[in-house]
Design a protein around this ligand. Structure first.
Ligand code: PXL
Length: 276
């Protein structure tokens, strides 16, 4: 695959921020985002929103950080270091979403923001209080350049059960109606057994992305890695369709190299280029 342009040694790379949750098992969340940022040659910055207690078998609990600490991380970095793109992941509560949205809107410039509306872990453990869904719709989506829900998140946010190409289009329209510039409906296990069709919509045109499906039991962090790599491409000035195409190809390679870890689900592997 083609990688993103790299920065010469000693020069400052582009800066991309993740506003998300920590995964103690290292597979998803901030840990996955930083691996992808590093492997794509950008400088990763972090606003920790919550700390999860988890391993490969599931999430045992989480602790939310104080709102001023979350907002403070974002403004401290933006005011000094500067960021060219960001992504959100696990934001846990309506209060955190409100603080992140308000802080984001106070920043100078029109910085691309990828919103991955994380609601639950792959084991079904909640990562967002159900009472926060309305804040996702009314506060988080309107500030997004791109939203990247999976099919479970689409159902929770829009009420639409995506079962075929037509309902996938309906969902893309319903998501776009909530205010993001672009909506990506990730196909997951939809339609075909060896391909994973994702549908991107900007309010007027549909773009379909079909990449090879990699069937692995180890796909922890796949959604985070797609959003993180897409944010890196946006930082480089890619158009949203080109950035999504790049993110899809990056996560496909990470899935191909996924490995077992612990007694449950292993993670996608953004370090695949460092291996034997
Ligand atoms: O993959 C979604 C995700 C995001 N962020 C954190 C997570 C998970 C899934 O478990 O733990 C912190």
């Amino acid at each position: 695959m083609n990688l993103l342009p790299l920065t010469p040694p000693g020069e400052t790379p582009l800066r991309v921020m993740t506003i998300a949750g920590s995964d103690s098992g290292g597979g998803a969340g901030i840990q996955a985002d930083l691996r992808t940022f590093a492997m794509l040659g950008v400088h990763g910055c972090v606003a920790v929103a919550a700390v999860t207690v988890q391993n490969s078998l599931g999430v045992k609990g989480f602790h939310e950080l104080p709102l001023d600490i979350i907002s403070g991380q974002i403004t401290a970095v933006a005011d000094d270091i500067g960021i060219q793109a960001a992504k959100t992941g696990m934001l846990a509560s309506a209060e955190i979403i409100g603080a992140v949205a308000e802080t984001w809107q106070s920043l100078d410039g029109d910085i691309p923001l990828v919103v991955d509306p994380v609601c639950a872990s792959m084991h079904g453990d909640p990562l967002l209080h159900p009472s926060a869904l309305n804040s996702v719709r009314t506060q988080l989506f309107p500030i997004a350049t791109l939203v990247t829900p999976n099919l479970d998140e689409v159902r929770l946010i829009t009420g639409i059960d995506v079962v075929d190409a037509s309902t996938q289009k309906d969902a893309a329209k319903a998501l776009h109606d909530l205010g993001p510039k672009w909506a990506l409906v990730k196909g997951g296990h939809l339609r075909s057994s060896d391909h994973s069709p994702d549908l991107l919509y900007d309010g007027s045109e549909f773009y379909e992305f079909t990449t090879e499906r990699i069937d692995t039991g180890h796909d922890h962090g796949a959604g985070d890695t797609l959003a993180a790599s897409t944010a890196c491409a946006l930082a480089h000035g890619f158009s949203v369709p080109d950035a999504v195409a790049f993110g899809k190809s990056w996560v496909t390679e990470c899935l191909r190299a996924a490995y077992p870890l612990g007694h449950g689900h292993g993670p996608v592997n953004a370090l695949f280029r460092l291996q034997a």
